[in-house]
Design a protein around this ligand. Structure first.
Ligand code: ASP
Length: 454
């Protein structure tokens, strides 16, 4: 059997939902369907999840959110009407949605944001199940609490609990097609908690792992994963097969096709993941597997992500000072910061962080603590960094890949702030200034995929 997850653009309108249902019906193995909330219908449109967040924030700040609420209702009414759902079903959906959008007296208001966000997926799953039934297909909406999708109690950043897998396995005994809302689970006490943004991919992966599916299909709005961001290169080369580790590196550094946390459950259970296009379902898509049959194409993709900064710390004889690294990282830990990379030399170390976490206030405190507590000579924070990665298993074992990459970057006059090719078997990372990032990606694309351009 297959678990198929459909993303927001696949559910943005009745027309899209009809395509989704045709895809579901075209393969009897598609037994478990996971849905996102309706996404954008056109470029300037607002995703339902974003409307729900705006709504919840307005409500929590005591403002008047009725206009936003109307816009949310209208999105679903338009879809339900165009799908020809009965008045009775529409009333029921509206009543459920209204209930989810009400701040319950006595409940913790911080829960309200998650409760409202989840209503996007929840309403959409009910709607799809109704429409499938109208088409004569046996389909049932399943609530994540009832199915035992238990998660940790971290608002907006839930993590699945191990027992959830056992519980979810029983979905295989259900009759007909299961339509499951993505993006949220419940604590064992019954409190609703959402995953991080884009988290319906995570739900799909958890279900595929729990049910030991033959395939986890992830339907989106592109034909495949491309070797480079398609907004930088026109018609880039498509990736047909890629490994979990390669995909993890690519989605870490800017490939937004698949949520980076979503790979883990499928990876651990060894379930192949197929990225496919709802608007072009006959295209083969990209398959993510444990091992590629051919590693001929050593560089699988080129990615980049902006929004980093680095703390450079130097101290003479740092290499001999036992515990220096630990003390440095402990300061970051005490400030609640996670770090991304730590390239180092004998007397210096840089710690790369996401800029958004490193506010001016935290920065001032951290720099002062490193100077005072570690007696560092230099502590320099560098802003506006981007990481550019070339990703490919086995790449490092082939002679000349880094030479080709660095000379391509030199030719494009990209100054390298740092290089890290030591620790990962799967990628080489180049730290560059944000303004140089796109030029660096293009230079690398031309170097490694030039044959795709002729
Ligand atoms: N609707 C949620 C979001 O926009 C989750 C998802 O679509 O995967 O983040």
């Amino acid at each position: 059997m297959k678990v198929a997850k459909f993303g927001g653009t696949s559910l943005a309108s009745a027309e899209q939902i009809k395509k989704v249902c045709a895809i579901i019906r075209s393969d009897a193995e598609r037994r478990v369907i996971v849905v996102s909330a309706p996404g954008k219908r056109f470029k300037e449109d607002i995703k339902v999840t974003d409307l729900l967040i705006m709504y919840a924030e307005k409500m929590l700040s005591g403002g008047n959110a009725s206009e936003i609420q109307d816009a949310i209702f209208q999105r679903y009414i338009d879809i339900a009407e165009d799908l020809g759902l009965s008045q009775e079903i529409m009333e029921q959906l509206k009543a459920d949605l209204a209930e989810a959008l009400t701040i319950k007296h006595g409940a913790d208001p911080s829960r309200f944001l998650d409760q409202a966000k989840a209503a996007g997926e929840d309403t959409c799953a009910k709607l799809v199940a109704h429409y499938l039934r109208n088409l004569g297909v046996e389909a049932h909406y399943v609530n994540p609490f009832e199915a035992g999708l238990f998660v940790t109690d971290e608002a907006g950043n839930a993590q699945v609990l191990p027992e959830a897998y056992e519980n979810l396995r029983t979905l295989q005994d259900r009759k007909g097609i299961v339509v499951f809302p993505g993006f949220f689970g419940y604590t064992k006490e019954g409190v609703l908690v959402t995953f991080s943004r884009g988290g319906s991919d995570i739900t799909g992966s958890i279900l595929a792992a729990a049910l030991k599916a033959d395939m986890y299909e992830n339907f989106t709005d592109v034909d495949s994963v491309y070797v480079v961001n398609p907004s930088l290169v026109e018609k880039p080369k498509e990736i047909s097969v890629i490994t979990y580790r390669e995909m993890r590196e690519l989605s870490y550094s800017g490939f937004s096709v698949f949520h980076e946390e979503a790979l883990l459950p499928a990876y651990q259970a060894g379930i192949p993941v197929c990225i496919k296009n709802t608007n072009n379902p006959s295209a083969p898509g990209t398959i993510i597997v444990s091992e590629r049959e051919s590693y001929e194409n050593r560089v699988a993709g080129i990615a980049s992500d902006k929004g980093f900064c680095s703390i450079y710390v130097s101290k003479y004889l740092m290499n001999r000072e036992v515990g220096f690294g630990r003390k440095l990282l402990q300061i970051l830990e005490e400030e609640g910061l996670s770090y991304e990379h730590t390239p180092s030399g004998i007397d210096n170390i840089s710690v790369i962080l996401r800029k958004k976490d490193f506010t001016e206030e935290i920065q001032a405190r951290v720099v002062q603590r490193i100077q005072r507590e570690l007696h560092a000579e230099d502590v320099v924070v560098e802003q506006d960094l981007a990481l550019v990665m070339i990703v490919g298993e086995g790449m490092r074992r082939s002679v000349g890949t880094s030479a080709r990459a660095t000379s391509a970057l030199a030719k494009a006059k990209v100054n390298l702030e740092m290089i890290n090719q030591g620790s990962s078997e799967v990628s080489m990372m180049f730290g560059v200034k944000e303004v140089d990032a796109d030029r660096a990606v293009l230079a690398l694309y031309h170097e490694f995929f030039a044959e795709a351009l002729v």
